[in-house]
Design a protein around this ligand. Structure first.
Ligand code: SAM
Length: 254
């Protein structure tokens, strides 16, 4: 069967790597594993051997013929359309683990959706593009630092596990990949309005932060930047999360 490029279908074909990914979970029969995008079952066939219950979400019904494993349930739907918090309520479990060689065209929306759903997962393991892994583990002042860096690091400790060169997939993608693991950390709840504000801060990469925030009171933005001894021409990628929170609160009069 032809892989569907539009669905990000690059299938992992190296068994040693597959087993290395699955071994990042230690689970028992009381646990639930959610796999995103099982495809032809590269990971699923090993997940099925674990004592935990496995539930997969796959958009492509054509994969049905590959995904017949005892005690593995497959939901054929777009993960972005599923109410994940409601879905996990259907199961009795102790720990939840989430895994997926993610379709790269929607890596960030999937991770955003999972983290905003408040699933309280014990561990998440994802395959992402190598560059995306770098972006997620970057810090202020680095070129790769952006909205998703702040978002993901607000919720999780991000660990780069290992690289997966592109020749381990069929068809061979254009870029190398990396495995990352995410462990939830204690984090203050921030309203959706904050995340929208943060997107505005990063909306034009080449513009200064002040220009991206032109619709807010200029004096308020200047005051916050001054109070942190920051140049008024600073760009968003130089600031840490706390300063964005302060800017948000002052710009929105909170
Ligand atoms: N896990 C398999 C592997 O490692 O070989 C396949 C990984 S492939 C990179 C991504 C998988 O995600 C494909 O099977 C694709 O059909 C599925 N997919 C793409 N978009 C999806 C979506 N919106 N919801 C659920 N699955 C999706």
């Amino acid at each position: 069967m032809q892989a569907k490029k539009s669905l990000g279908q690059n299938f992992l074909i190296n068994d040693t790597i597959i087993q290395k990914i699955v071994s990042l979970f230690v689970c028992d029969e009381n646990d639930l594993i959610m796999e995103i995008g099982p495809g032809k079952g590269a990971l699923t066939k090993y997940l099925a051997k674990l004592p935990a219950k496995v539930v997969c979400i796959e958009i492509d019904k054509d994969m049905e013929r590959y995904l017949n494993y005892p005690d593995v349930e497959v939901i054929y739907d777009d993960i972005l359309n599923i109410d994940l918090a409601k879905l996990v309520q259907n199961y009795n479990y102790h720990n939840l683990y989430i895994i997926g060689n993610l379709p790269y065209y929607i890596t960030s929306p999937i991770i955003e959706k999972i983290l905003k759903a408040g699933l309280n997962a014990s561990k998440m393991v994802f395959m992402v593009q190598k560059e995306v892994a770098q972006r997620f583990s970057s810090g202020p002042g680095h070129r790769e630092y952006g909205y998703m860096t702040i978002f993901i690091n607000h919720y999780c400790e991000v660990k780069k596990e290992f690289l997966v060169p592109k020749n381990n997939f069929k068809p061979v993608p254009k870029v190398d990949s990396a495995i990352i693991s995410l462990n939830l950390k204690n984090h203050p709840d921030l309203p959706e309005e904050f995340w929208q504000f943060l997107k505005e801060c990063f909306s034009h990469k080449r513009k200064t932060l002040k220009n991206n925030l032109a619709k807010y009171d200029k004096a308020v933005v200047d005051e916050v930047l001054h109070s942190h001894n920051l140049d008024l021409a600073v760009r968003a990628e130089e600031l840490a999360e706390e300063i964005f929170i302060e800017l948000y609160e002052k710009c929105k009069g909170k």
